[in-house]
Write a protein of this length. Structure first.
Length: 202
């Protein structure tokens, strides 16, 4: 019978599981990380794991949510506050995107077809949306940030998100020359307004 934990202890263990998941999934991938490895890292019984997550795939999805939160706090908002215009922030944000696989090795595993298929199979049961599998900047937040500072933006978040994901995929596969070309291409598209990101003072 799984041990009964207080709410405070559950919060601590859940955080420990996410930390262990980020490290182990990043090092070994979804399919070579076992529940035994995860519980040993947190020093809890194997049976107790299932009182937190029904499967390691569900923990993996929570790890991706943790990454998204960190990207917002540690990348998106600081880079926005450091930029003087939306166009400068765009370049900085894209540059940050291509560095993400180095910071979060789990992203390399996420972009393997087998892992992505396994997560897609359970995502409907998890309370997460399919968007959870596309880790990156929140372009709606970015749009709102600049609008609040007097810029009017003709922006299509979905289009920029798709471009960002293409850059991330190239970075995951080590195609750094093509990544740099991609960044410059997006910047050029923005400059002529074809990326749906046009800025001007109100």
């Amino acid at each position: 019978m799984p041990k009964i934990f207080t709410e405070e202890k559950r919060h601590i263990i859940r955080k420990q599981l996410r930390t262990a998941g980020l490290e182990l999934f990043g090092r070994y991938g979804l399919f070579h990380t076992t529940v035994d490895m995860l519980v040993n890292a947190c020093m809890i019984a194997k049976g107790s794991f299932y009182s937190f997550y029904p499967s390691k795939e569900m923990l993996y999805l929570d790890c991706l949510e943790t990454i998204s939160d960190r990207i917002g706090r540690e990348y998106t908002l600081p880079l926005l506050s450091d930029a003087s215009t939306p166009d400068i922030s765009l370049r900085n944000l894209l540059e940050a995107t291509i560095s993400l696989p180095g910071t979060f090795p789990i992203l390399e595993d996420l972009h393997t077809p087998r892992t992505k298929a396994a997560l897609q199979a359970v995502i409907g049961q998890s309370g997460h949306s399919k968007q959870s599998l596309s880790v990156g900047h929140d372009w709606a937040v970015i749009t709102r940030y600049w609008q609040e500072r007097g810029y009017s933006l003709d922006i299509i978040p979905g289009r920029l998100h798709a471009m960002e994901q293409a850059l991330l995929l190239l970075a995951v596969h080590g195609e750094f020359a093509r990544v740099r070309e991609g960044v410059e291409l997006i910047i050029e598209m923005v400059a002529i307004g074809s990326a749906g990101f046009v800025s001007y003072r109100q």
